[in-house]
Design a protein around this ligand. Structure first.
Ligand SMILES: Nc1ncnc2c1ncn2[C@@H]1O[C@H](COP(=O)(O)OP(=O)(O)O)[C@@H](O)[C@H]1O
Ligand SMILES: [Mg+2]
Length: 272
């Protein structure tokens, strides 16, 4: 183990070290991915569609198992303990909760029923109090008594985050919370993400294609491409990095060139 690795291992809540992920025994998607999330921080994981961001989150939460995926190399540590290969419900009990892409609330249940579902690992006593805590962050959810399927996109995203809070997580993995939301709602949701981090000290690994928003709340960020981290740095450094600006912040439209081909791009070999 290198000196750098040893140092981060002792200070980070989550350590992903050089993992490889394979689906269906053959499809290699993550090719030696490493990242680290310090206790109490928001870390952004950026990258174009198909880069492997959701796969990374599922590797951490254990949900890969439900998709015939597996971590075949490297290791994932949470609070110092290995968690790769452990069942997802055990990982939830350890304190990691993933808010899935596309929100995945249960549409034919009410808001309240969805929230109670998030607390499945806990005893009833604290649940009522926690529901009030969730409502204090998302007052609109309290007013919605109908089925969750009738909520707006923004409200569904809020419910998905609220449900995660009900599990009292130490670490929330958020997969593209801005997806499909209006700019105004994106702002609102990110404001709440920042508040949850500040008020409750919840550590957050935030996957986003909306790099500008993600870097505005995160303290550190990683950019991934084709299953690997190609660049990382403080949020300020990334936000002012010319390559990141050109690729993610410049508004060059959907036709993006490969990050690897950008002129000033230098591959970092931090973990090798
Ligand atoms: N269950 C799966 N089985 C096989 N391949 C998958 C599966 N899920 C994702 N992939 C592939 O892995 C790659 C990365 O996907 P994903 O992690 O969803 O990327 P991102 O979230 O960055 O858009 C894609 O090429 C995708 O087709
Ligand atoms: Mg994804």
């Amino acid at each position: 183990m290198s000196a750098a690795l040893q140092m981060t291992a002792s200070s980070a809540l989550l350590e992903v070290n050089n993992i490889e992920v394979v689906y269906n025994d053959v499809i290699l998607v993550l090719r030696g991915l490493s990242l680290s999330v310090p206790q109490g921080k928001i870390v952004a994981l950026l990258g174009a569609n198909g880069a492997g961001k959701s796969t990374t989150l599922k590797a951490i939460s254990g949900l890969l198992k439900t998709e015939e995926g597996a971590v075949t190399r490297g290791e994932i540590r949470f609070g110092g303990d290995r968690i790769d290969g452990i069942d997802p419900h055990v990982i939830v009990r350890r304190g990691i909760f993933q808010v899935m892409e596309g929100r995945r609330i249960i549409s034919d249940m009410t808001c309240l029923e969805n929230l109670r579902l998030g607390a499945f690992i806990r005893s009833d006593k604290e649940v009522t109090r926690d529901i009030e805590m969730v409502y204090s962050y998302f007052p609109r959810l309290k007013e919605r008594t109908g089925l969750a399927g009738y909520l707006s996109g923004g409200e569904q995203q809020m419910l998905a985050i609220g449900r995660a809070l009900m599990a009292r997580p130490k670490l929330i993995l958020m997969d593209e919370p801005s997806m499909g939301l209006s700019p105004l709602l994106v702002k609102e949701v990110f404001g709440i993400i920042r508040k949850l981090n500040e008020d409750l000290g919840i550590t957050i690994l935030l996957v986003e294609q909306n790099a500008r928003m993600a870097l505005s709340v995160a303290s550190y960020g990683y950019v991934m491409e084709q299953g690997k981290v190609v660049l990382d740095g403080t949020a300020e450094a990334l936000a002012s990095n010319e390559d990141v600006k050109e690729f993610y912040l410049g508004g060059h439209g959907a036709e993006r060139k490969s990050f690897r081909n950008l002129k000033s791009y230098k591959r970092r070999k931090r973990w090798l």
